[in-house]
Design a protein around this ligand. Structure first.
Ligand SMILES: Nc1nc2c(c(=O)[nH]1)N[C@H]1C(S)=C(S)[C@@H](COP(=O)(O)O)O[C@H]1N2
Ligand SMILES: [Mo]
Length: 522
């Protein structure tokens, strides 16, 4: 391998200044690779953080209105395309420049790449809705382009006559491969982004059918009037999200099918239109994650619209040996649910609606499972496409061989939401409030302990049902100045008192009492 520095190049051929096009091509290929992989990463991981589009948005933000008006006047509705084309053009010019710089004055080409990457990073993270994942595309672009640039510019052919042809050919091949990878990734990213837009559009066009069985009206007394208390129904946008999907599956509902297979007398297949035509039922159910630590927020409560799974299982007629339904997601995730939990009369449903909307894409659109009383990892398969009747001694859901129990009933628990941990409150009367849940059993009492004082009963809000969390509140009427700890403990309707013994979230859910520290100011 011949490494070219300005000195060796000059001595190899003092009279012929090296051609500029090769380093420029190296810069272009490196930029294509960086940009292509960044767009792919954006499409998969951070829709909305495409470097070209976020830089475009930044440009729109910073150019003076006169320029904006001028451009819009000139190009009309094509202004966005002109903007994107301009950004890409400028980028390619800078890339060519970076290639030339890197070949003559390393590492200035790389520095230029890092500078452009930093602008893209700033553009991605300065948006109001930005999350840390949005940094990924810009960082990918910067890293890939810098590495590819170094790789290619150190393989520039020399002007020495003898091995030159070979070196030139090799350089061309490397540059071609780099550019090709970039173009392929770019195409892949565009296809994937188009699929997302199509799924979004299909979801937006689709209106939920009316429920045949409405959720009984939620009692007015189910929501306590306490400032800062967790809302009784979790808005979709705030609902926790847990899944193994690197990119959210985008399912075209017109191609969606659910198959019921395995130990059944009659295999059943149902499509989306058929599912929607069935009498759908509304039910409010709390969904909790087994990874929710004591006091954590991997739990939410929604009103779901769906069809009872027991009805579909009845059509399939499971054979007597079956004791598990292994549900499979379109992305390969599986959950093993006891048949009993799906057939014992609780609201175990194939859900299509969440709080009056079609399921959001990240919560399983078009169809997911919701089973009251079981942690999500053994029951709540999103993007579900198959229910296989089988046996616990034959198959395992996704998380079981990874250190989690095969059964995952939700444990009795409670949480303090008000006041927030560590918040200073004025002395006098302090309201302490939160939620408690014991799905499928119900909550009968909640008690609060301040410091080492006696346990005192909190007031319970009305219950929606045994399958949802229940709000509670306790007013500490004579809060004295100083630092205090507050603990909460729930009792379920069967008389079980929440244990103070702590257990880790693995293998089947945390236990222990939620405790907060509170400083009361004098
Ligand atoms: N397809 C699929 N479904 C899944 C999962 C997953 O990883 N993939 N995770 C499960 C887990 S662990 C939980 S807690 C719930 C979370 O559902 P949510 O993201 O709608 O809150 O989904 C369940 N369904
Ligand atoms: Mo979970």
């Amino acid at each position: 391998m011949v490494y070219v520095t300005p000195d060796t190049a000059a001595s190899a051929s003092p009279r012929h200044p090296r051609a500029l096009w090769r380093p420029a091509a190296a810069g272009l290929a490196a930029a294509l690779a960086g940009l292509g992989l960044a767009e792919l990463a954006a499409a998969w991981l951070a829709p909305g953080a495409s470097p070209v589009l976020t830089v475009g948005a930044l440009v729109i933000d910073i150019v003076p209105p006169v320029v904006k008006d001028f451009v819009i006047g000139l190009f009309g509705t094509a202004d966005k395309i002109v903007l994107i084309a301009t950004i890409v053009l400028v980028l390619l010019l800078v890339a060519a420049l970076a290639g030339i710089l890197e070949s003559r004055r390393p590492p200035f080409g790389r520095l230029l790449v890092v500078l452009i990457g930093a602008i893209a990073l700033f553009a991605a993270l300065s948006r109001s809705s930005a999350s840390t994942l949005d940094a990924v595309p810009a960082v990918v672009a910067m890293g890939v382009a810098a590495i590819a640039l170094t790789f290619l510019t150190t393989r520039l052919p020399t002007n020495a006559p003898a091995p030159a042809a070979q070196g030139r050919r090799r350089f061309l091949v490397y540059t071609g491969i780099t550019a090709g990878v970039g173009l392929l990734a770019l195409a892949g990213g565009q296809l994937s982004a188009a699929a997302t837009r199509a799924a979004d559009a299909a979801r937006a066009r689709f209106t939920l059918p009316a429920a045949s069985v409405r959720q009984a009206a939620i009692p007015a007394g189910a929501s306590l009037d306490v400032a800062g208390i967790t809302p009784l129904i979790t808005p979709n946008a705030d609902f926790y999200r847990i899944d193994t999907a690197l990119s959210v599956p985008r399912i075209d509902p017109s191609t969606w099918r659910l198959r019921i297979t395995g130990l059944v007398e009659n295999e059943v297949e149902i499509d989306f239109a058929e599912l929607l035509a069935l009498p759908l039922e509304e039910s409010t159910t709390t969904l909790a994650c087994v990874s929710n630590y004591v006091g954590g927020d991997l739990i939410g409560n929604a009103t779901w619209l769906g069809y009872p799974i027991r009805e579909l299982l009845a059509r399939a007629r499971p054979t007597s040996g079956a004791d598990m339904v292994l549900s499979t997601s379109q992305d390969g995730f599986t959950a093993g649910t006891p048949i009993e939990a799906l057939t014992d009369g609780r609201n175990a449903i194939l859900a299509v609606g969440m709080n009056g909307e079609p399921l959001p894409l990240e919560h399983g659109y078009p169809v997911r499972m919701v089973v009251p009383g079981l942690y999500g990892y053994v029951s709540a398969t999103k993007w579900v496409v198959e229910l296989k009747l089988t046996r616990f001694d034959r198959e395992q859901g996704y998380w079981t061989p990874r250190g989690w129990s095969e059964l995952g009933p939700v444990k009795l628990s409670s949480r303090i939401d008000v006041p927030r941990e560590g918040i200073a409150v004025p002395a006098g009367s302090v309201v302490i409030a939160g939620v408690a849940w014991s799905q499928h059993v119900g909550i009968s009492a909640v008690a609060v302990q301040i410091d080492d004082g006696p346990w005192r009963d909190a007031t319970l809000a009305d219950a929606i049902s045994v399958d949802t969390w229940r709000q509670w509140a306790y007013t500490w009427t004579d809060a004295s100045a100083g630092d205090h700890t507050v603990k909460v403990r729930a009792t379920d309707a069967a008389g079980l008192v929440q244990t103070s013994a702590t257990a880790d979230v693995a293998p089947n859910g945390a236990t222990g009492l939620h405790e907060i520290s509170m400083s009361v100011s004098g």
